[in-house]
Design a protein around this ligand. Structure first.
Ligand code: FAD
Length: 369
């Protein structure tokens, strides 16, 4: 799912900057809120999100008292939880915000500053609904690979970067190992760009005897399930939010927009959950139980896969808002992109990664022009 469909940095890079032959189908609705016993309420415009709240007093509070604070939020470094606590005790308001960022960012309101939370909402307001690329993420990566090859890039797959070698202040070469044959080879370049999480980078720098380390970052913990189903579960292209759930905060059904992602007559449901402990097995089991309770139509034997991520895994290596910014290291020809280096600008997931890549590319080009 592309968080802002064609309108964010990723959609613009794919469709405008690179002009790739891709189609991105914008979701019909933003989110649908499953707040039992009410029917799910979905909305296609940003402010329709207020429909999420069961009570008029909650809608009034969020619209008139909370969102206007965004105008003066840039220096608010207290957690969003603290910010909310000083204004309301209504548990459903907390559940609402925890559901949104639990699904999108695998964190809760104690893990994000008020400033970062409002930046995240500002991007949603400015850039709108998510979308699904026809053919899924694979179509995007395939087209990017074709484009890179057509422009003279040489891509090496299944290789592990094992060491960087320094010459004076600059990286002089990178040593890779083929994961299948264990053969080692050396690459020399003018600039080096890494997309590894900070733990892996620090490990690499340590093995390379390079006396420089990235600062540690608070990390997000979560996981995702993929289920097949004979019947459509959500019926519309929407991010379904479950504010009362402890783990499974949201789910999407990408086959609504792109039916070719599943065999004919089948549907694909992807859920997303926050983990609360470091016991991944325990949290995965609890999350699965909760997902099957949320959608009794799903059958456990139809589970296709489960992802978990914690520390060095995506998503978001770091909690939203604590990424390093447009990061070039003290080593002038070593740059970082990807999760953990998205900056603190409100862009989420692949949108933030694309934004960071553009900044690094511009910075390298400006050195050479
Ligand atoms: C379940 C799940 C669902 C998601 N859904 C979405 C979504 O719908 N929309 C969205 O925008 N984002 C989504 N994300 C987030 C998105 O996947 C990440 O933001 C993105 O992949 C980050 O890109 P990256 O390049 O920083 O890291 P990665 O994609 O993790 O790439 C890092 C790569 O480096 C490789 N590697 C590690 N060490 C070495 C080494 N020493 N040498 C060579 N290679 C190495 C790894 O194998 C990996 O392939 C999702 C993430 C998860 C886990």
């Amino acid at each position: 799912m592309i968080p802002h469909s064609c309108n964010g940095p990723l959609g613009e890079a794919l469709l405008q900057d690179l002009n790739l032959p891709l189609e991105i189908i914008e979701n019909k609705f933003f989110t649908a809120w499953y707040w039992p016993p009410h029917h799910p309420k979905q909305h296609s415009k940003f402010w329709g999100i207020l429909k999420a709240f069961p009570k008029a007093s909650q809608r009034f509070f969020v619209f008139r008292r909370l969102f206007p604070s965004a105008r003066h939020s840039e220096d608010l470094n207290e957690s969003f939880q603290e910010f909310l606590k000083s204004r309301t005790e209504d548990p459903q308001i907390f559940q609402f915000f925890n559901a949104i960022i639990g699904f999108a960012l695998s964190i809760n309101t104690t893990q994000i500053t008020t400033a970062a939370m409002f930046r995240f909402f500002r991007r949603l307001y400015q850039k709108g609904k998510p979308g699904v690329p026809v053919g899924g993420c694979k179509a995007v990566t395939d087209k990017l690979v074709d484009h890179a090859r057509m422009n003279g890039s040489v891509l090496k797959k299944s290789c592990e970067l094992i060491k960087l070698e320094l010459d004076g202040m600059e990286i002089e070469s990178a040593i890779y190992q083929d994961r299948k044959t264990n053969e080692e080879f050396v690459i020399r370049a003018k600039q080096y760009i890494l997309n590894l999480g900070y733990l892996q980078v620090n490990d690499l720098l340590s093995k390379s005897n390079i006396p420089f380390r990235l600062p540690t970052m608070p990390t997000a913990k979560g996981g995702g399930f993929a289920y097949r189903s004979k019947e459509s579960i959500l019926k519309t292209s929407v991010v379904a939010q479950f504010p009362e759930n402890k783990y499974v905060k949201g789910a999407v059904e990408p086959t609504i927009s792109s039916p070719n992602l599943a065999p004919q007559g089948e549907h694909l449901l992807l859920s997303h959950q926050v983990f609360h402990s470091s016991d991944i097995i325990h949290d995965t089991r609890r999350a699965r139980d909760e997902l099957l309770e949320t959608f009794p139509q799903l059958k456990e034997e139809n589970e296709l896969c489960v992802h978990t991520f914690h520390k060095e895994w995506p998503v978001n290596y770091s909690c939203q808002g604590s990424d390093l910014s447009n990061f070039s290291s003290v080593i002038p020809n070593l740059f970082f992109v990807g999760d953990g280096y998205k900056g603190n600008n409100g862009w989420m997931m692949a949108e933030g990664v694309t934004h960071g890549v553009k900044q690094v590319v511009n910075s390298i080009l400006s050195k050479h022009n």
